[in-house]
Design a protein around this ligand. Sequence first.
Ligand SMILES: [Zn+2]
Length: 487
Amino acid sequence: MAPAKAKVLLSLLLIAGEARAAFFAAAGKVDITPDLKREGAYLAGYGAAGRKARGIADRLYARALLLSDGRKTVALVGVDSIGLYREDIERMRRSLGWLGEDRYLFVSATHSHSAPDTLGLWGPLPGISGVKKKYQRRLNDSIVALVKDLSGRLEEAKIGAWRVETKPNGLCYDLRDPIVIDPEINVVQLRSRRSPERALATLVRWSCHPEVIGRDNDHISSDYVGPLCEKIEEAGGGTCVFQSGLIGGLMSPETDHSPLRHFEEAKRVGHAVAALAIKATRAGGEWTQGSVDFRSRLVRVPVENSRYLFFMPNLTFGHKLFGQNGRRIGKTQAYFLSLRHLIFFPLPERLRPWAETEISLVQAGPVAFLGIPGEMFPELAIGGYDGRYRFGHPLIRPTNPNPPDLRRAPKGPYLRQRLGKHAVLVGLANDEIGYIVPEYDFIFNPNRAMHPRPPGTHYEETNSIGRSAAALLLGAYEEMLAEYAGR
Ligand SMILES: [Zn+2]
């Protein structure tokens, strides 16, 4: 090769290398509070029917952080919402034109139990959807517009990440045995490269149901997430993106449950978590740049829950359903299968549908975000069967009439250990399939159609797609992580 040519090639390689090292970010938020006069709303969460919203206690937002290394771009969006189904996320991806291999939309819901019904489960009567189409459309359009806007505002950035181990006592506790509470708060901050004192965004991930504000409330609220994010934004942390973690089995706020103090308590919990996050970012740390990459996988899980099978046409609202032969099940067929389930209860196994969901892995510099499409029990991802995460509570309540057999519990290494140093395990990411329950402790009465709940703490089984889901998802994660490691 002639020397001149070699020189050109070398400088081209250097430019390519430089482009690869570049790291960009942009962040912002959009108000998604429902207009109660024009759009209306039923509050989601708690029980089988919704509560008509009669006022606004605080505003709801979709907050987004866009990350790019010049080759690949990922948008991490946190939405004040009970949950969003995969079909909604797919609709947003289509609107953005983000279906290829270089851009990825990662949307997670905060799971506020005082946000509008976006899942079709909490209408005026049990079994009737509370989704307001006008609002649902605006919610989707607002997120798309926000991501588009941020795409034009990327600036060079640096990333820092912290893992805060905290005692959850007084903030969150576990309603189901074994007591396993994820003590980790993940904090990720992006700063402008040009003016490093300016934070563009702070991402906080914590594992506890946003249900400080109880079922007697009829006002729209973000629960503890709003106060948490406001505190971080006021402290100069840029846009605060909150992500829900491992909240299944069941992580509930440890608060004063008097309805008179609900909003005060939501503030207390939100501010306490925000203070820990702010302290972490001020303690210093390493600021780096790095590449942006992602992987996602479709996973089909069988719909085994007898209650879900009664409402199969509703399932087609948010998911693609398939028969055992792999053929797509449409709304009409779903209707007939539900009817058959009702008349000749139960529906034979060969006729039960499989729902398609999505798992994902996003790498941004040193941080790995794992997308979990529902409410995973913490023990599935971090273990804790030896009592290390019980924080003074008994591992199994002595009064439990139906205690879990821990000898059958899965052995490690668990997901978090497999992912390494800065693993952020995000629940309700790109879908909501309900509780993801460990197979060994999935106990239900198969012949009781609407209340298949045995004695003890087995509520989650009634809001889970089925017993097989956990193992199928964990298997898919294993394959995806192996593929990623060998890339
Ligand atoms: Zn929940």
